[in-house]
Design a protein around this ligand. Structure first.
Ligand SMILES: Cc1cc2nc3c(=O)[nH]c(=O)nc-3n(C[C@H](O)[C@H](O)[C@H](O)COP(=O)(O)OP(=O)(O)OC[C@H]3O[C@@H](n4cnc5c(N)ncnc54)[C@H](O)[C@@H]3O)c2cc1C
Length: 344
């Protein structure tokens, strides 16, 4: 007799969240990962849930907006059921405005946000005021109230606890039973590329660091391509490098030190903060650069959730919803550009 309705391969954020969405609908779920929970890209420290700019709206931006909007209730539910703390809070974000032209653009986007973000969050431009603000050549910063943060490693742990509380298994090895979801991150993209004989995606390594500095209620900063994210536990994460070529997927090197130095330049208050951790992981990037969701091209009854790339955590609640719709109810709400076929 089949004991499991859904087997999820991969205990990263995509696998765990899809498992959670299925378990919430009453499915019997088993998550299988030989390396354990959060062993891949999802076991990191940055956790910026930040929106695309509110203009030139498209299906990717709409999907992400919906996902960010779902994130508060999603993570509150996970915390309540399992007792773990994902460290989620909608604390907003500040970005520096470079010059007068950028100021005009930034102000124009406030109107776009009022429309596209449907009153859920604002985009405004204000004078750069205190010492928790990115260095701004114009003296102005953009504040948005849609951005949120969570602690990736703890979010994985919180999901694992919630799944266990719901009766799901999380194991290192098991045979397939029921429908199968492959949420195997960059290794999964490599394996599929090899099987198909063409590249469907690749890994992009990132390094990040964690500092001791308590700014738990402050907004995250995005400056000079850098995310500076205060966490609830009195730490601040700084991310990330973007490396297409790498030989050691989890090794940290001089690029991490350069990142730290840029963060100290962007926000001098961090200059003397103790470095608690340096971390590296590999993001799964599908060929389309968008999430890669849908039916498995080679295996009957199997599905894929991959390609979270740089915004996997922000996309998670909506990815989990559309995958559970498809796997359990044969309802297909996956945007065209996110389909597996867009990358193979
Ligand atoms: C430095 C860095 C900073 C980042 N910052 C952010 C950020 O601020 N905001 C954001 O939204 N995103 C961020 N990301 C991206 C985010 O981490 C990823 O999009 C996300 O973690 C991908 O999740 P995943 O579950 O698809 O992959 P993974 O977390 O890599 O999970 C895949 C899992 O599959 C397992 N696996 C592999 N092969 C098999 C197999 N054959 N069978 C079973 N299991 C298998 C692996 O052990 C792994 O646990 C960042 C990533 C990095 C590296």
């Amino acid at each position: 007799m089949t004991m499991v309705d859904v087997t999820v391969r991969g205990a990263g954020i995509f696998g765990l969240a899809c498992a959670w969405a299925c378990a919430k609908r009453g499915a019997r779920v088993r998550v299988v990962d030989p390396h354990g929970v959060g062993a891949g890209a999802s076991g990191g420290i940055v956790g910026a849930l930040a929106p695309h700019v509110p203009e030139n709206w498209n299906e990717k931006k709409a999907f992400q907006f919906e996902s960010l909007r779902m994130s508060g209730p999603f993570w509150a539910d996970v915390a309540e059921v399992g007792g773990g703390d994902p460290g989620y809070a909608r604390t907003g974000r500040l970005q520096p405005v470079a010059d007068a032209a950028a100021l005009v653009l930034a102000r124009g986007r406030a109107a776009g946000a009022a429309d596209l973000w449907q009153g859920f969050a604002d985009w405004s431009v204000e004078r750069s005021a205190d010492d928790w603000a990115p260095a701004s050549a114009s003296g102005w910063v953009i504040r948005d109230t849609l951005s949120a943060r969570l602690h990736p490693r703890r979010a994985c742990d919180a999901l694992a606890r919630a799944l266990t509380a719901k009766g799901a298994d999380i194991v290192r090895d098991a045979a397939d039973e029921g429908v199968v979801l492959w949420a195997t991150g960059w290794q999964g993209l490599e394996a599929l590329s090899e099987t198909l004989g063409r590249r469907v995606g690749n890994g992009v390594k990132g390094q990040a660091a964690l500092l001791r500095h308590d700014a738990r209620d402050a907004p995250q900063l995005f400056a000079d391509g850098l995310h500076i994210v205060p966490h609830a536990d009195g730490t601040v994460a700084v991310g990330s490098t973007s490396e297409r070529e790498f030989s050691d997927p989890t090794g940290v090197d001089a690029q991490c030190e350069a990142l730290l130095e840029r963060a100290r330049e962007a926000l001098p208050i961090l200059r003397d903060a103790e470095v608690l951790e340096r971390w590296a992981g590999v993001r799964p990037r599908a060929r389309s650069r968008a999430p890669m969701l849908g039916r498995h091209p080679l295996a009957e009854g199997a599905f894929i959730a991959n390609g979270g790339f740089k915004i996997g955590f922000g996309m998670t609640p909506k990815v989990a919803e559309v995958m559970a719709d498809l796997m359990l109810e044969e309802r297909d709400g996956i945007p065209e550009g996110f389909r597996v076929e867009a990358s193979i």
